[in-house]
Design a binder for this molecule. Sequence first.
Ligand code: ATP
Length: 542
Amino acid sequence: MAIFREFAQLCEEIEKESGKKEKARLIGEFLRQLSPEEGRIASHLFLGSFPAGRRIFVSWNTLMDTLGEMFPLSPKDLQKIGKSAVDIGEMVEGIYKRWGRYKSRGITIREIYEKLASLAELEGKGAMRKRKTILKGLLVGMDSLEAKYLTKTIVGEMRIGVKEGMVLEGLAYAVGISIGEVRKGFLLYGDIGKTVENFLSKGRTALLSLSLKPFQPLQPMLAQMAYSVREAFEEIEGDLALEFKYDGARVQIHKEGDKVMIFSRHLNDLTSSFPEVVEEVKSNIKGDAILEGEVVAVKEGRFMPFQEILRRVTRKREITRMQREIPLKLFLFDCLYADGESLIERSYEERWERLREIKGGIALAERIVPEDVEKGEEFFRKALESGAEGVMAKALKGIYTPGSRGKLWLKVKKSATLDLLIIGAEWGYGRRHNWLSDYHLACWDREKRELLMVGKTFKGLTDEEFEEMTKRLLSLKVREEGKVVYVKPEVVVEVAFNDIQRSPRYKCGYALRLARILRIREDKRPEEADDLSAVEKIYHSQ
Ligand code: ATP
């Protein structure tokens, strides 16, 4: 809880500091430690505009009368103190110092807010008496520094050289985003307190949420890996839901009036690839919405491999034939916007409820809110039996965090896999002598921005894929040493393995045992491959 005395001390520091940047940094450091609500209060305190938009009717006379009840003030004393004080705040400070009667009881900024709010509400008969009682109640529990800044706040003149712009600079520093974004948020929120409160609680999402509207796609929220349902229960705070993790293409569906657009995980326009999804959405969803789901290829009631859906995405012609060959099914799992309202700041629980209300006849992801780990594990087995890739565990209270891979969503797969980059390949033997078939696999060390080899494999691809891959890798060749062709790290592959061992063979100290390629991740960019921490995490979870 933020203590008013700390705030007063900070104001002293800010006042003495002449550099604007440093002043903003001090504000930022302070805001960073506050709850969003305290941030709102503090921002008004800094500006002496408190409580927001309301006036506190405390006149000079009321203040002096109150102090007169607390100290044996004589006109002579007042004159003497007044001589060296530059404003009323310093005057009050001088009075406190002259008699040294009161100590700080450590009042919080929230209590100050509540008391001042009640002062602002007083009117009519007896208001003056009550005002004095409240004021005295505050002042007797303060030392000279707190009394100085309480007075400054009440009269609305802080004189510490802080204007709105500087509070915004401090906020940008506290949240770690650009001042441009914060200013934009301020224009949209229209109030400094609200701006600070929203950015402190939601970070960049605060801004996104304000500007969210159909046809402006937003970066999808991503998941971290958990290695078992039990781990998901341990990692996620509070209750969670489990959903089937379908193995298809993620889609972000935007609808306004009669117009529908579909975006991929990388926000490419997929509208023309999935005409049946467009029709399904048009005929089922009544109002405007932004929805998320997974489109899966399904034939005769069975899920088809992920590669099939890719064919639907890459093929731009003969869509009707493709529709027949590779039928699709859409499973919705999130609702980010509905009828003019952004929902990304709402909890997943509320978003799901909204999704259920508006989905019409469209299927939702299969889901449960498991009572315990055992029920969760049962659901996980059911997911695998149905042909899903695993489950997604989602915190019921979690907001939607665009573009971030946090712990509000965790994915649990049948067995852990890594997305790795092919950095080199060896010419094969015998039947494979014309192919580059033994692939060198690497993960990132993001801090050092280097790639670290963690294993090799020649398993997992079909003959057709080996042939394709050979051509592709040769086009990426940077040099050849002996039987190894080194390539530009562009191809991401999802790799399964039996386990990870400690090994001096590779610089990173780990090696994958019995690695095999599950699929080529055409949908992943090189920078999206896993990093060493993912390898370490799996190693420790074994
Ligand atoms: P992966 O390689 O495991 O598919 P990714 O990096 O593409 O992962 P993650 O956020 O790590 O993306 O994992 C979640 C992915 O799982 C989503 O991008 C989405 O395509 C897919 N998915 C399938 N079913 C669901 C679901 N019910 N909820 C959320 N995502 C789902």
